[in-house]
Write a protein that binds this ligand. Structure first.
Ligand code: GLY
Ligand code: MN
Length: 466
């Protein structure tokens, strides 16, 4: 946890942005796997971590804007809890750790909220993403379960997004800690990858590192030779000498902050010329985007730059044709890169996505595109110092999509479908780094992680020779 003053200042900053009513923050409950007491790894709600730092279930935060009250709601542990879990802090101690003096038992919360509602005051809460939250709010505020998400407070969402988007110094240090765990995970995969292994062996190795140095992975590990499937969840294939392995994974530090890196490596330890040619286009897009990202520029424009470089590179190789700028405008590049350049990163790996992607990544100056590929950009808005984002261009050969576009005669002026036939087994390449927007430009977070063909081949050499 950070110091109590930090959480107090964050809540005060929130209060100064809101006019009245009662703000309710909920911690996440435990979630059962196969019977009630056998639970998934606990994950606190990220906004709760941001404003209270406590990564425990059974807590609520109340900020009564009209009465100027800042309350941590929850119950002291019982002797039964202590017998099974050991000595635990009291509510007063937990409250003190986040700069609060006022506590309230959970049993008093519904009446407090209902009284405020009777007085005509708004209860502001964030959009929910778990059904138990829906049930609890429905019960406490006496609204139908179906209406719970609809009643979430846009004013609160806007205020929370404004605060969480600009990372404070201690947050940047926490993200960088998560980055360094991510770097260890990726290097371990590069150092141990060998044909004949099963993907799962490497995925497990990396996940173990995430658990050894932090509190696990920041999202389920993507580690697959079928890298053309963007979020491929399977790890069952035997590693095959001539194939590429796409590895997209990050860690969560004990503070709850995340990292997110992608590297694509040759199983054999050496890229073929064909793989190298595509790899270097993606690398050029990644590096150009990092060079361009700075305050005052829209991430949309950085995304367009990266996708144009991809179209230019593929045109040089003869897989695309015509004017790459026009091709990108029309969305023809999206046959190869159907996703956006990146997203915000912080306490969530897709930071604040639970609050609504458009609330986080777009504003009245920058609206989301409706063109396939471009529309998947999660964050297009103007960049400010303190933003942390991923930069993750890619090129994928998705046989099903290529066949569908060819059948529909889509973008035939920009795509040479005949030449693509020999790429159906290629897979996909993505290269992803995490950047902090600074006053002058941006800085790549974390210790260096091999990215060029040469650096990757050098690190992989040891495993191949063993
Ligand atoms: N690294 C996974 C994603 O950004 O969706
Ligand atoms: Mn990402």
């Amino acid at each position: 946890m950070f110091t109590p003053e930090i959480y107090k200042q964050r809540r005060e900053a929130l209060m100064s942005q809101m006019k009245g009513g009662v703000v309710l923050f909920m911690s996440n409950n435990e979630a059962s796997m196969n019977y009630k007491s056998n639970v998934y790894r606990y994950r606190q709600d990220s906004s709760f971590i941001y404003f209270y730092g406590q990564q425990l279930s059974g807590l609520m935060g109340i900020i009564d804007l009209d009465r100027n009250r800042d309350i941590l709601v929850g119950d002291d542990y019982t002797m039964d809890d202590i017998i099974w879990m050991g000595p635990q802090p009291t509510m007063q101690e937990l409250a003190g750790q986040c700069g609060i003096t006022d506590t309230m038992p959970m049993a008093d919360l519904p009446a407090y909220l209902q009284r405020a509602q009777t007085e005509g005051r708004t209860i502001h809460y964030l959009p929910t993403y778990r059904d138990d939250q829906n049930l609890l709010i429905s019960e406490m505020l006496e609204i139908s379960v179906k209406k719970v998400r609809e009643h979430a407070s846009q004013i609160l969402v806007d205020a929370v997004v404004a605060l969480r988007s600009v990372k404070q110094l201690e947050e940047i240090a926490a993200i960088e800690e998560a980055c360094n765990i991510g770097v260890r995970m990726h290097k371990a995969v590069m150092e141990n990858c060998k044909a004949g292994m099963v993907e799962r062996e490497l995925a497990g190795l990396a996940e173990g590192i995430a658990l050894s140095y932090g509190q696990g992975v920041s999202f389920p590990v993507i580690l697959s030779q079928n890298g053309q499937t963007l979020h491929n969840p399977y790890h069952h294939l035997k590693l095959n000498k001539g194939r590429l392995l796409l590895v997209d994974m990050g860690a969560e530090a004990t503070s709850g902050y995340s990292s997110d890196y992608t590297r694509t490596i040759p199983v054999s330890g050496k890229f073929t010329d064909k793989q190298k040619a595509i790899y270097n286009i993606v690398l050029e897009a990644n590096e150009a985007a990092i060079k361009m990202a700075r305050p005052g520029i829209r991430y949309w424009d950085v995304h367009v730059k990266a996708t144009t470089i991809i179209a230019e590179g593929l045109t040089k190789l003869g897989l695309m044709k015509g004017d790459p700028i026009e091709a990108t405008k029309a969305g023809a590049h999206a046959l190869f890169m159907p996703h956006g350049l990146g997203h915000m990163l912080g306490l969530d790996v897709h930071d604040m996505e639970g609050l609504g992607e458009d609330n986080v990544g777009y504003d009245c100056q920058t609206k989301r595109s409706d063109i396939f590929g471009h529309r998947s950009l999660r964050c297009g808005r103007e960049l400010k110092p303190g933003f942390v984002l991923t930069v993750e261009p890619g090129i994928y050969f998705i046989p099903e999509l290529i066949q569908q576009w060819e059948k529909e005669g889509k973008h035939t002026e920009y795509i040479d479908y005949k030449k693509l036939k020999s790429y159906f087994n290629f897979g996909g390449i993505r290269i992803e780094d995490d950047i902090l927007i600074t006053e002058q430009g941006c800085r790549v977070l974390g210790k260096p992680l091999p990215k060029s063909v040469k650096a990757i081949e050098k690190l992989m050499k040891r495993a191949q020779e063993a």
